[in-house]
Design a protein around this ligand. Sequence first.
Ligand SMILES: [Zn+2]
Length: 306
Amino acid sequence: MFEGRDIKTAKIVSSDDLRFLDQVDQDGYVCPECSIKIIPSSFRKENKVRPHFKIPAGTDHLAHCSEALRKVYIKVSRKQFIKSNSGEPYLLVGRLAEPSNHREVVEQPTTGGNTSTKIKTGHIPTKELADIKHENKPRKRSTVSLERIVDDYIQFPNNREVSPLELPGVEPGTYATLFKEVKDVANPETGKSMVYYCKMAFAQKAFIREDSIVVFLAVGRWVPSTSEVKGHWLNQLTTVLDTKGWNSRHTENILDEINLVNELARASYKTKSKKNGYAFIFGSIEDGAFRVSNHRHICFVYDSVV
Ligand SMILES: [Zn+2]
């Protein structure tokens, strides 16, 4: 999971923040919903997967916690539309909150939902669900972690159209309307904010330029190799992360994370794996590039995204 409650401050923190702490307290976090102990993981520089919290071996989320249900659903959710036992569509986390304004928002799951006929539907024939009796209970709908929103998008492709989503400062929509894959440089509308995502150009390392990190995206016109010239991009889209005010460790941590995702993507390209390196950016295109100053508004993911 991508967020936890700091037991000293009672604040909910994103796992992404773990990388910026001088010291991470292994005993300092609990599940924001059911308060079981969770362990900060993969926050070190050399770790190849994104920072996250895991639960200690042999323990589990309490039955009323929505993480318990989610764990069952993600076994099949990439292939089918997820409905709860009561027949309502399963809704993804509904709101990205800024940490300073974050209150734990608990709402009743909305009813109905426009289930389009092209969505595959299915049941979850697992007895594990019988043990989870809380489906009509309120569900936590807000997160401080873009990672969590992105993970729901990736894990539940068939529930995107029915799941409302609110992003700070943006007209509310659904996961289907507020995420957009950018494959063509002419594709995103200048100035319109939503969560864009693109494959990363894994052969090109991200680098620090003055007060920014420049990340190369696999969007533009690819010119194949000839006997004289190596293959290269023309009009290539980039992401420029404004690092003014960040400390140097913070900047280097993010740079390392980007280049690790690139490395994994490059290795998987050789094995023809479906996984790829993706940049998810909450923001808009300005002057031909994504420009982001808030590190919470960007995440880099090595996964397959449909
Ligand atoms: Zn829990």
